[in-house]
Design a binder for this molecule. Structure first.
Ligand code: PLP
Length: 232
């Protein structure tokens, strides 16, 4: 078994255990294998071990990688979205996780409509108001959600968060789930998707209700370089 396959199996086992602890079905939680900075060969190893869903955070890096791999794989764009890349991102990715303003959402909706696409989207929340991260502050989302939900070419999934780098990720995950429950009740839209949890905290995220975890280094190993403007 390849190292990637072994690490993927270990992550799978931990996901299954977290689901059992939380009395959730394994099928309620999707695993995005975050392959940013890793070559297509590493993705192919994970794919050979059964993984089909992958995450990338820069279009420039993702485009040749996706092109080099079988089109049976599915891709989510998890990085910050530059407006001038929207037209390139939407055809390659079935979901975009970091929609962080009404303006960006409206633009993505317009482009999706022009291209005849209906991308899945998550609204990124910035619960601590960190200047270094994108995302809606909770009050902005409360104010703008109704308008966001009128964007007909976006298939709104729910919320996404990258919690502050402290030792209480669980508290942030629980807070985002509460915010989701509140927004769902107020809007009548289920906002069923919760994209939260990375290599260091995906088990807590699952226990707090994550429906998609974004796991990179625990599967592919340490990244050799940082992605500009992105996490590690
Ligand atoms: C890089 C990245 C991840 C994966 O991080 P790991 O700690 O390697 O699991 C998850 N989410 C986002 C938004 C990222 O940029």
């Amino acid at each position: 078994m390849s190292e990637v396959a072994e690490q993927l199996a270990a992550v799978e086992a931990r996901i299954a255990a977290a689901c059992r602890r939380a009395c959730r079905e394994r099928s309620e939680v999707g695993l995005i294998a975050v392959s940013k900075t890793f070559p297509a060969e590493a993705v192919a190893e994970a794919a050979a071990a059964g993984q089909t869903l992958f995450g990338e955070s820069r279009w420039q890096e993702a485009e040749p990688k996706i092109g080099a791999l079988p089109d049976t794989l599915r891709w989510h764009f998890i990085g910050g979205v530059q407006r001038n890349k929207v037209r390139k991102i939407l055809p390659l990715f079935e979901a975009v996780h970091a929609i962080d303003s009404l303006r960006l959402a409206a633009y993505a909706d317009q482009v999706a409509s022009e291209l005849g696409l209906k991308p899945k989207v998550f609204f990124q929340v910035n619960p601590a108001g960190e200047a270094s991260k994108g995302g809606f502050e909770p009050d902005t989302l409360r104010r703008e959600l109704e308008e966001l939900l009128t964007l007909r070419s976006l298939e709104v999934q729910g919320l996404m968060v990258i919690p502050p780098d402290d030792d209480e990720p669980r508290r942030w995950f629980a807070g985002v789930r509460k915010l989701r429950d509140e927004l769902a009740a107020a809007s009548g839209h289920p906002l069923a998707g919760l994209s939260m949890g990375m290599s260091g905290d995906y088990e807590e995220a699952i226990e707090e209700g994550a429906t998609l975890v974004r796991v990179g280094s625990a599967i592919f190993g340490r990244r050799a370089y940082r992605v500009d403007g992105e996490l590690g």
